[in-house]
Design a protein around this ligand. Structure first.
Ligand code: GDP
Ligand code: IMO
Ligand code: MG
Length: 427
């Protein structure tokens, strides 16, 4: 019987989903990206080579794997061509890649509109990746989006671009930004459609067949649950839902099909962009974590904000996703820190709470309540089993498990594929 496993980000993204997807892909037959676009940046390291993927699923390095970019994604076709070129230049040419004909297209005007909306929001800006993600999803909801299938029909493409471009150009013009010409856009994007045609199909049908063939399927989340449009720290979120529940909608498979939901969690917390990070701190220790963990955005190169692990967040995320296992990542980065903190509650108006307030102004007022753990000094980057971890490190993992009632399935002690320890077989 094939198994369907979801890899979900449990914080604000960059938890190490790319590394875990690539690692688990050795036992999978299919890897699917289901939401987001090239706002994602997934880093993978093996054989001393580092790869950064933004759109293409992390199963691409294994020629036997079927990689799918499903209908819930917003795809910038130009960025996709750049990524395919990058893989070619690194010698990755033997792969299977399918793109949903129902996925939406990020157009050049979406990128400019992303810039405009951020500018208009002023100090309330979201701090987006400026990849046009929000405006592309907004057009989808507004029913003026361009879909991948439209790239294959010049007449439809022309018509759809005309409809979408009119309001976009009005806003761009009002902000003295460059506007776009319908003819130039459809000529260019029709040509790109021709290049991508061999990859385009109905991926819902493809997935259904793969399920019937009892294949192991891995769903690679992008972003993290706290950036979810519905369950995250709205409005400081992305424009899709990076949760397990979104898989069915975003890929066109039945909601009954998910067997496991693996939550990928940093041993601490990071965030890029604006919005509250209750456990955030900026001192010598934070700077060390940033340098040792290379905490600079894969997509935008922005320094990531650093916070201690927040179990209130993880509890919220466990409930929403129904986590069946945890992957604790970047454990090695905490080596050498004398005292490590874990947030177990928030102080709000003199009361301790253990939930995320829906009202953003209330969330801003929350003060973290910490438990303090003695750290460890031993190098753990070559550890191959739980037993080899220092006692204090084991205690740290155990406390997370105890609080959440979810077991650690995998822990990671370095960026390389080999620096990964499995405690529970997922496939
Ligand atoms: P993603 O967006 O969730 O795929 O995560 P990113 O790739 O954006 O960020 C995670 C970063 O941590 C990358 O630079 C990884 O190479 C790195 N990484 C992943 N796991 C580990 C680990 O266990 N230890 C260390 N030191 N780095 C790791
Ligand atoms: P991966 O898949 C971290 C953040 C942005 C911003 C907010 C909205 O690598 O974990 P957007 O461009 O999506 O409209 O920006 O979401 N963001 C991410 N942060 N990792 C990501 O992806 C992210 N994708 C978006 O920084 O705060
Ligand atoms: Mg990332």
């Amino acid at each position: 019987m094939g198994k369907r496993v979801v890899v979900v980000g449990t914080q604000w993204g960059d938890e190490g989903k790319g590394k875990i997807t690539d690692y688990l892909a050795t036992k999978a037959d299919v890897v699917v990206r289901s939401q987001g676009g090239n706002n994602a940046g997934h880093t993978i390291l093996f054989n001393n080579k580092k790869y950064a993927l933004h759109l293409i699923p992390s199963g691409i390095f294994n020629p036997n794997i079927v990689n799918i970019m499903a209908n819930g994604m917003v795809i910038n076709p130009k960025a996709l061509l750049v990524e395919l070129e990058m893989l070619k230049n690194k010698g990755i040419t033997d792969f299977k890649l399918f793109i949903s004909n129902r996925a939406h297209v990020v157009m050049p005007y979406h990128i400019e509109l992303d810039e405009v909306y951020e500018k208009l929001k002023g100090e309330n800006k979201v701090g987006t990746t400026k990849r046009g993600i929000g405006p592309a999803y907004a057009d989808k909801v507004n029913r003026i989006g361009i879909r991948i299938v439209d790239l294959l029909n010049k007449k439809t493409l022309k018509n759809k671009i005309r409809i979408a471009l009119e309001p976009a150009n009005i806003l761009l013009k009002s902000q003295k930004m460059p506007t776009f010409k319908e003819e130039e856009l459809y000529e260019e994007f029709f040509e790109i459609g021709k290049i991508l045609k061999k990859h385009i199909c109905d991926t819902s049908v493809l997935l259904d067949n793969l399920i019937k063939e009892e294949k192991n399927i891995l769903f690679e989340g992008a972003q993290g649950t706290m950036l979810c449009l519905d369950h995250g720290t709205y409005p400081f979120v992305t424009s899709s839902s990076p949760t397990a529940a979104s898989i069915s909608l975003n890929t066109g498979i039945s909601a009954k099909m998910i067997d496991e939901v693996i939550g990928v969690t940093k041993a601490y917390t990071t965030r890029v962009g604006e919005g509250v990070l209750v456990t955030e701190f900026e001192d010598e220790t934070a700077r060390t974590i940033r340098e040792v963990g290379h905490e600079y955005g894969t997509t935008t190169k922005r320094p990531r904000r650093i916070g201690w692990l927040d179990l209130v967040v993880l509890k919220h995320v466990k409930r929403i996703n129904g986590l069946t296992g945890l992957c604790i990542m970047l454990l090695d980065v905490l080596t050498g820190i004398e005292y490590i903190k874990i947030c177990t509650g928030y102080m709000l108006d003199g009361k301790i709470i253990d939930y995320i307030p829906a009202d953003y102004l209330e969330y801003q007022k929350c003060i973290p309540v910490f438990e303090v753990f003695p750290g460890w000094k031993e190098d753990i980057t070559h550890v191959k089993s739980l037993e080899e971890l220092p006692e204090n490190c084991k205690n740290y993992l155990k406390s997370i498990e105890d609080y959440l009632g979810v077991n650690v399935a995998i822990f990671s002690v370095g960026p390389d594929r080999l620096q990964t320890v499995t405690l529970k077989n997922i496939f």
